[in-house]
Design a protein. Structure first.
Length: 176
């Protein structure tokens, strides 16, 4: 019992020391991330979920169909997981200022909020995330960097009850 408590305490300590990006971090390019421009049309992605110990637990491919009407960005995301399961999530995002966004999707608790700054976009939300044996309430701190006109790198930090549980890494590619 003491050994389990020690390992749990050590895991919490290690996960608390993980550094995260900030919108004020120095920019590595002159690119301006324009969410509605990048995600309008067809975007494909591949990614994986890793737990706090770095073990890859799940891999997936995503096809995204984005439509922008000048005010609302609608993203239809079709996930195909390596275990043979499928999921669809439909996001509705609304631009609330030159660099700010709010959004919702089924399972999202409250409202997601986001901000663009330079080549970076930060998206924060809590969701009842579908998992193979039900749902799991988790908080996401999503960071996206536009690497080129056709590529965006996404690293999402996940927490449950305020404790880091893992990360999702995704590479998005815009189809022309």
């Amino acid at each position: 019992m003491i050994r389990v408590a020690f390992l749990l305490g050590l895991a919490l300590l290690v996960s608390a020391c993980v550094g995260k990006p900030a919108l004020d971090d120095p920019k590595l390019s002159e690119r301006e991330f324009n969410l509605e421009e990048f995600f309008e049309g067809e975007v494909v992605a591949t990614g994986q979920f890793q737990d706090v110990f770095g073990t890859v637990r799940r891999r997936f491919d995503v096809t995204i169909d984005g439509t922008w009407d000048g005010e609302t960005l609608r993203l239809v995301e079709d996930f195909a997981y390596a275990d043979g399961t499928f999921e669809q999530r439909i996001w509705t995002l609304r631009k609330t200022g030159p660099q700010s966004w709010v959004g919702s999707a089924p399972g999202v608790i409250g409202e997601a909020t986001g901000e663009e700054r330079g080549d970076t976009f930060n998206w924060v939300y809590t969701i009842d995330l579908p998992v193979p044996d039900g749902t799991l309430k988790v908080s996401f701190d999503d960071w996206m960097w536009q690497l080129s006109e056709t590529r965006v790198l996404n690293r999402a930090y996940m927490k449950r009850f305020g404790v880091n549980i893992g990360e999702v890494i995704i590479l998005f590619e815009k189809k022309r």
